[in-house]
Design a protein around this ligand. Structure first.
Ligand code: F6P
Length: 529
């Protein structure tokens, strides 16, 4: 499936790329590098602290021009402007998409018309800052009079993955001795594990849920409250704070309004780490650290909004994704950080990219006739080399890879060059390959594309830039496919059916509306429990 809906400029640009693909797809990167000594510098960019090398991609100068022509044909730049300006580009929910406002300086938004939202954001940030300060000073006390030394965020999806990643990634920026943990799973093993050795009197739970109706989060919050009660913390309200749009539900749960931090319906869950959803980050890295993280994202926002396409990093990387996804027929993108601190990045990106772009309907409700989101997966280098790299090098699928690597390693480490060397070697090996006709099992075909994203060190600012880069790159893909990247209706059916099955299990009887397989599995479960 390669073709796009036959409309206008987009169809013309798409067809030009198809013709170009037919002519050039057999070219080997080895030869492209040999023919052009300037290739590496031609196809790489420095944006603030990020250095991005995309020269190991199966493109020529003409491919680049044609990809940018496709971006232009779908109006990417107008759409970027529409997003930043607060147009309701989340069409199915009729909502603006303003995560960029969350990291905007208060007095100088990048576009006009969003001053109210930016001002509201800064009011909440100030409240959050006060709360963090009180917590760090030991002024907030639990029901037994102890200060909080352990914070547990209860949330799932975007209310978990972003703050969890950022706290883990900024492990070298901890400003206080407060331990920050995360509980997401409905499976009670998760909460139990986190609370195993916890001192109830010193635990503060942050219930993070945009809707405050999510099954998993609600169940974990109730279980946490029971655990507090069972462990002598009768005034459980003192042990809770919340982040939500649903102020009624947080009140019904018994969380005092001064402990509730607000988000807005124009913040998508998977784009929310920049809001008060980032409270665990601010507790861990301090408000200064959190603000630096926001600043990094803001730098990337400015770059995305203001830089011409041929030097616009998210736009270029998004169009390369389209090139592989829709022309080479690649199914997946592997993300391999050579940075232990980014071990959670692949999981975070799997929600960001696949919940955003895993759609089959365009903005006019027509079925897409091209593939949408790649499957995003990965793991840290060098571990991944000893797991799935065999397939990347010799398997018979094309899998573009994102390598991420810091030039500096753990402080005092004399061996970081070995990490960097492994990262560079993998990109080189994938690209060059090595012929061995005599021993085919030792033959490396090469011509396997990768991007290398390098940075001096993983500071809050760099991390903010990186995550915003991936957000905007995902946005660019969505514009080419003509989809709504900001809804997630695909998660609804399973939720509804689970609700029905839960009720029936509680009644001890499968209902008569199930298929025979599901009914059989329910009967097995009911017999075993
Ligand atoms: O999985 C669906 C989803 O709505 C995600 O988009 C969201 O991040 C997650 O559930 C959690 O939602 P909430 O923050 O409303 O609990």
């Amino acid at each position: 499936m390669k073709t796009m809906p036959p409309n206008s400029a987009r169809a013309t640009a798409w067809t030009a790329l198809e013709r170009h693909f037919a002519k050039t797809s057999g070219l080997h990167l080895r030869d492209l590098f040999a023919a052009d000594p300037e290739r590496a510098s031609r196809f790489s960019l420095q944006v603030d602290d990020l250095f991005v090398d995309y020269s190991k991609h199966r493109i020529t100068a003409e491919t680049f021009t044609l990809l940018l022509a496709l971006a232009d044909a779908v109006g990417v730049q107008q759409r970027i402007h529409a997003m930043f300006s607060g147009t309701a580009i989340n069409a199915t929910e009729n909502r603006a998409v303003l995560h960029t406002a969350l990291r905007s300086p208060v007095n100088s938004p990048l576009v006009s018309g969003i001053e109210t939202q930016v001002a509201e954001v800064h009011v909440e940030l100030a409240r959050m800052g006060q709360f963090v300060q009180q917590l760090h000073k030991g002024e907030l006390l639990g029901s037994t009079g102890e200060p909080f030394t352990h914070v547990v965020n209860i949330g799932i999806g975007g209310s978990d993955l972003g703050p969890r990643l950022v706290v883990d990634a900024l492990r070298n920026f901890q400003t206080d001795n407060i331990q920050v943990d995360f509980v997401a799973n409905l499976d009670e093993q998760d909460l139990r594990h986190v609370l195993k050795n916890a001192d109830p009197g010193s635990v503060l739970f942050i219930v993070t849920s945009k809707s405050f109706t999510t099954l998993e989060t609600h169940a974990n919050a109730l279980a946490a409250r029971e655990w507090l009660r069972a462990n002598g913390c009768a005034d459980t309200g003192k042990h809770f704070a919340a982040v939500s749009t649903n102020l009624k539900a947080t009140g019904d749960f018994g969380i005092a309004p001064e402990r509730v931090f607000r988000i807005w319906d124009w913040v998508g869950g998977r784009y929310s780490v920049w809001s008060v959803v980032g409270l665990p980050v601010a507790i861990h890295a301090g408000m200064d650290g959190f603000r630096q993280f926001l600043d990094g994202a803001h730098h990337m926002d400015r770059h995305f909004l203001e830089t011409p396409p041929e030097r616009n990093l998210p736009l270029i990387l998004g169009m390369l994704d389209v090139w592989y996804n829709n022309f080479f027929g690649a199914e997946t993108l592997a993300v391999v950080p050579y940075d232990e601190r980014l071990r959670l990045l692949p999981t975070y990106l799997s929600q960001l990219v696949m919940e955003s772009n895993g759609k089959g309907i365009d903005l006019e409700n027509h079925p897409l006739d091209c593939k949408s989101s790649p499957i995003v997966w990965g793991s840290v280098g060098t571990n991944a080399q000893h797991a799935f790299f065999q397939l990347l090098h010799q398997g018979n699928r094309l899998i573009p890879v994102d390598f991420l690597v810091p030039w500096q390693g753990a402080s005092g480490s004399g061996s970081h060059h070995k990490v960097v060397a492994n990262c560079l070697a993998q990109g080189e090996a994938l690209m060059l390959g090595r012929d061995n006709p005599a021993e085919p099992y030792r033959h490396f075909p090469g011509n396997r594309p990768s991007t290398t994203i390098a940075y001096p060190d993983l500071t809050p600012t760099v991390l903010g830039m990186l995550l915003a880069l991936y957000e905007h790159r995902t946005f660019v893909q969505a514009q080419v496919w003509g989809i709504d990247a900001f809804d997630q209706w695909g998660v609804e059916l399973g939720k509804q059916l689970a609700g029905t099955i839960i009720r029936e299990m509680e009644d001890g009887m499968p209902g008569d509306r199930h298929d025979s397989s599901t009914a059989m599995l329910m009967r097995h479960y009911l017999r075993q429990r």
